[in-house]
Write a protein that binds this ligand. Structure first.
Ligand SMILES: [Zn+2]
Length: 277
């Protein structure tokens, strides 16, 4: 599942390819992809003739900006954007949308799992509407301070691993980076929110920024099937210290990395470096 670094990589790739390009026609192939509006014909008509002015990322959402509208894309598990020549679809069976550019290229959306979404909204109020209105600040935001996390988390009995995946508290972190952040912060994933102290939250913020910056720099993590676009693979998988390393020696202390389930999610950690006191 793409997390903040992977979505940032997709956005950077797409910016170079399609900003300034005009959509000359649009087709939604898989109706469930489009959550808003529910009238597909209306959407296809409205987006036709519009130019992609810019692309921004908010947490794991990709925001295509047009003159008065935005198209908000969430890739969920397996969504992918490709910019390709018409007639050369990389995977026609899973193509869910096609935006024809200048009558010869197309920006295609593919999704083998079919969980991805599109919302077409007015630029003036999309930040105050769902899905963006429920997204919490990113780890890089100045709003994310030890006090902010303490106030949001200190009464929670949930495990910190689960809390880090809650996009309304901090956004952009998924299963891979939650493991890496907690390993770096030397915090056990099974600790509950109400057991953590201000120092722990400070460490979580420091580790989040460090890990996510490094992952963005390396184009994200390619495990399972994430690719940004055009088959570009990330390289952060070569730097994972906990996630996927079950049975291997901890790179800090030499103890064996353990895998457990936390709220149904595979979770990797070192019992020695991340002691549960
Ligand atoms: Zn260790």
């Amino acid at each position: 599942m793409p997390e903040l670094p992977e979505v940032e990589t997709v956005v950077r790739t797409l910016r170079k390819l399609v900003v300034g390009k005009k959509i000359t026609s649009a087709k939604i192939i898989y109706p469930n992809l489009l959550k808003q509006p529910t009238n597909i014909n209306q959407f296809e008509t409205e987006i036709t003739g519009q130019t992609i002015n810019s692309i921004e990322r908010i947490a794991k959402h990709i925001i295509f900006h047009f003159d008065n509208k935005v198209l908000i894309s969430h890739l969920r598990m397996e969504g992918k954007w490709f910019y390709e020549e018409i007639g050369s679809q990389v995977n026609i069976k899973h193509q869910e949308a096609a935006f024809i550019i200048d009558d010869k290229m197309q920006l295609s959306y593919y999704d083998t799992r079919k969980f991805g979404t599109l919302h077409w909204q007015d630029v003036d109020n999309f930040r105050n509407s769902k899905p963006i209105s429920t997204v919490g600040p990113e780890p890089f935001s100045e709003l994310v301070t030890p006090n902010y996390l303490f106030n949001r988390i200190n009464k929670s009995r949930k495990h910190i691993k689960t809390i880090l995946l809650d996009q309304t508290i901090i956004s952009g972190i998924g299963n891979i980076y939650a493991d890496e952040i907690l390993f770096d912060a030397k915090i056990n994933p099974l600790k509950s929110g109400n057991e953590l102290k201000l120092d722990d939250f400070e460490q979580i913020i420091t580790s989040s920024r460090k890990i996510l910056n490094k992952a963005v720099e390396l184009g994200g993590t390619t495990i399972d099937s994430y690719q940004s676009a055009h088959g570009i693979d990330g390289k952060f998988q070569n730097y994972l210290k906990a996630h996927t390393r079950v049975g291997l020696p901890c790179l800090i202390c030499g103890d064996t990395i353990t895998k457990i389930k936390v709220n149904g999610r595979g979770t990797y950690y070192c019992q020695t470096c991340q002691v549960l006191e």
